[in-house]
Write a protein that binds this ligand. Structure first.
Ligand SMILES: *[C@@H]1O[C@H](CO)[C@@H](O)[C@H](O)[C@H]1NC(C)=O
Ligand SMILES: *[C@@H]1O[C@H](CO)[C@@H](O)[C@H](O)[C@H]1NC(C)=O
Ligand SMILES: *[C@@H]1O[C@H](CO)[C@@H](O)[C@H](O)[C@H]1NC(C)=O
Ligand SMILES: *[C@@H]1O[C@H](CO)[C@@H](O)[C@H](O)[C@H]1NC(C)=O
Length: 358
């Protein structure tokens, strides 16, 4: 019965500020790449309740200040944005800061810090017919609830969708995205990248924030192989896991990144029985912690689903399985670059996790 009390207790806590009990589809917006970077996000920001959006981002910022109160970081953020940050991201951040009435250093930090704090599960599967599905849970263990800020964005040039991605309002990078008819990408934080000064140093060495590298790749890589190549070798600011899925049989890879190169690679290989890849936040070949063995439970759920029965609904079920979904799961995104119109993110209610325990 113990869990029931926990359930009631947590249930009543969350009651005070949100009472979403159902999963729902994330809002979707266009960002025009034909506009100057400073103006691209303004229409989206204007769509939100301004007071509420400011409140959320202030809470996010105070979280950063609590953990890393050093004014040094704000000074470094300004120097970084003015002298080192690549376009269009620097311009987009300036535009967002202006639209929100925030300091540019504040929006820069919100954009850069986020990278170090996400825990996630990514899965690629291949059907018997060679069709590729890619799904991911985004898990965040913040004391504030960022669900209301999740959005899917279509990036448009000349009236065409160049790429699609999922982010949080105010954050210009992508941790999840799709280049239509080519490939899809998701990234998961690597356990030991929490060392903030190392990331800060990396930035000053002009390494690339991962979420910007993902946007660049979605924007310009002509095919699956070039995307894998670019994501394997570009120097990045934080260690990371990257999962990349294509449109043809065998096009699925989970790569483990050090800051300056590749640490490990695993491919889909149906002839070898590997019709799915699971990536969480721990290195392959090392024991995963008992209290967070999402790898084990996802593998078990995929095994019992079987290759014959895998499709976007059953993959969503796998990502919703007890101990794969966590109390921190904010959204689940489903992708198949071969059918780009199927791209969708679901905001997961807190109830999604508790319901699975019953
Ligand atoms: C925006 O949110 C604030 C705080 O939750 C609320 O007081 C206000 O009425 C909202 N404004 C609009 C236009 O909905
Ligand atoms: C987004 O852009 C696409 C392509 O130009 C267009 O078809 C669609 O109506 C736009 N959506 C919104 C919400 O403006
Ligand atoms: C797939 O596995 C088979 C059998 O182990 C191996 O011979 C082949 O090289 C692998 N293919 C790829 C692309 O890794
Ligand atoms: C999943 O199936 C594979 C192949 O049969 C097996 O080696 C593995 O132990 C299974 N894993 C789980 C967690 O059930």
């Amino acid at each position: 019965m113990a869990w029931l009390w926990v359930f009631l207790f947590l249930g009543s806590c969350s009651f005070t500020y949100t009472f979403e009990t159902k999963d729902y589809v994330a809002p979707r917006f266009n960002v025009s790449l034909d506009l100057p970077p400073e103006e691209r996000w303004k229409p989206i920001i204007e769509h939100y309740n301004f007071t509420e959006l400011q409140q959320y981002l202030k809470m996010f910022l105070s979280l950063i200040k609590d953990h890393w109160s050093k004014p040094m970081y704000f000074i470094m953020a300004d120097i970084y944005l003015d002298f080192l940050a690549p376009e269009p991201y620097a311009g987009e951040i300036r535009g967002i800061a202006k639209a929100l009435g925030f300091k540019t250093s504040e929006v820069t930090l919100i954009n850069l810090i986020y990278e170090a704090v996400m825990a996630c599960t990514s899965i690629i599967t291949e059907t018997k017919e060679g069709y590729i599905y890619h799904g991911r849970n985004m898990d965040l263990y913040f004391s504030i609830d960022l669900r209301k800020l999740v959005l899917d964005v279509d990036f448009i040039r000349n009236g065409q969708i160049v790429y699609t991605g999922t982010t949080f309002t105010g954050i210009v990078g992508l941790y999840t995205g799709q280049s239509p008819h080519k490939f899809s990408i998701s990234s998961n934080a690597r356990e030991n990248n929490q060392v903030l000064w190392k990331n800060a140093l990396s930035l000053l060495l002009r390494r690339y924030p991962v979420s910007w590298l993902i946007r660049d790749t979605l924007n310009s890589a002509p095919d699956f192989d070039s995307a894998v190549e670019k994501l394997s070798h570009t120097e990045i600011t934080a260690e990371m896991y990257l999962t990349i899925a294509g449109t043809k049989p065998g096009e699925g890879v989970a790569i483990t990144r050090d800051r300056d190169g590749l640490a490990d690679v695993l491919n889909l290989n149906v002839s070898n029985g590997r019709w799915f890849l699971v990536q969480t936040n721990y290195d392959r070949g090392t024991p995963h912690p008992q209290h967070d063995n999402r790898m084990y439970y996802a593998t078990q759920a995929l095994n019992s689903t079987g290759q014959d029965n895998i499709n976007k609904d059953s993959l969503y079920e796998v990502l919703s399985t007890h101990k794969v979904i966590t109390w921190g799961t904010v959204h689940t995104t489903m992708m198949s670059a071969a059918s780009p119109e199927d791209y969708v993110s679901f905001i997961r209610s807190k109830m999604a996790f508790y319901r699975r325990r019953i």
